[in-house]
Design a protein around this ligand. Structure first.
Ligand code: 5RP
Ligand code: MG
Length: 212
């Protein structure tokens, strides 16, 4: 399977986010209302994206930690298909959220265990997002074997795994031949001189690495 490409819109104002969405929305498989954007402008942005892209998968990257049912209902009413929960949220929070949207994705940050991961699977949650945090990358972390092995193990367990965090086209080489479900790129697309071309470059690279 060829991995999907998701664009993360993490702008701090609605107008810039929508401008980027219009520029790249048709180039990608999935559009994300990013955490930064949702915190800044609220869930109204999901509705704007849904109006603009009636047939696209839209993710609300809420990184929800509590009140899963309420947060998910609000996102779903605005038009989100999927929503993220932070990995330290309780199983009841994730299950409550899962009732209100089509799918929940568990955002992996900080400390989590494979025992917990099995509990998410047992609760019917089969999407995980393997994340290198923006702040970890700023502190000098880089993508490497350690990340690759964790991603592979999660896939073996049965997760559909998305990979994200400061991705560039070159980062994708590390994952060649691995059944990554989706690559999520934010700044690598939206801060490029030509965001639509940057999205096409990601797509081309994914196609070339996964169809060889
Ligand atoms: C940060 C996020 C971002 O949406 C994700 O990391 C993708 O953005 P970028 O490619 O700019 O790192 O969820 O918490
Ligand atoms: Mg995000």
């Amino acid at each position: 399977m060829i991995p999907n490409l998701q664009v993360a819109l993490d702008h701090s104002d609605l107008a810039s986010a929508l401008k980027a969405a219009v520029a790249v929305g048709h180039e990608v498989d999935i559009i994300e209302a990013g955490t930064v954007l949702l915190l800044q402008v609220g869930s109204e942005v999901i509705e704007c994206l849904r109006q603009q892209f009636p047939d696209k998968l839209i993710v609300a990257d809420t990184k929800c930690a509590d009140a899963g049912g309420t947060v998910a209902k609000n996102c779903s009413r605005r038009g989100a298909d999927w929503m993220t929960c932070i990995c330290c949220a309780t199983i009841p929070t994730m299950k409550a959220a899962a009732k209100e949207v089509k799918e929940i994705q568990v955002e992996l940050y900080g400390d989590w265990t494979y025992d917990q991961a099995q509990q998410w699977l047992d609760a019917g949650i089969s999407q995980a997002i393997y994340h290198q945090s923006r702040d970890a990358l700023l502190a000098g972390e880089t993508w490497g074997e350690r990340d690759l092995n964790k991603v592979k193990k999660l896939i073996e367990m049965g997760f559909r795994v998305s990979v994200t965090g400061g991705l560039s086209v070159d980062t994708l080489d590390l994952f060649k031949g691995v059944d990554v479900y989706t690559f999520i790129a934010g700044r690598g697309i939206t801060e490029a001189d030509d965001p639509a071309q940057a999205a096409r470059d990601f797509k081309d690279k994914i196609r070339s690495l996964w169809s060889e």
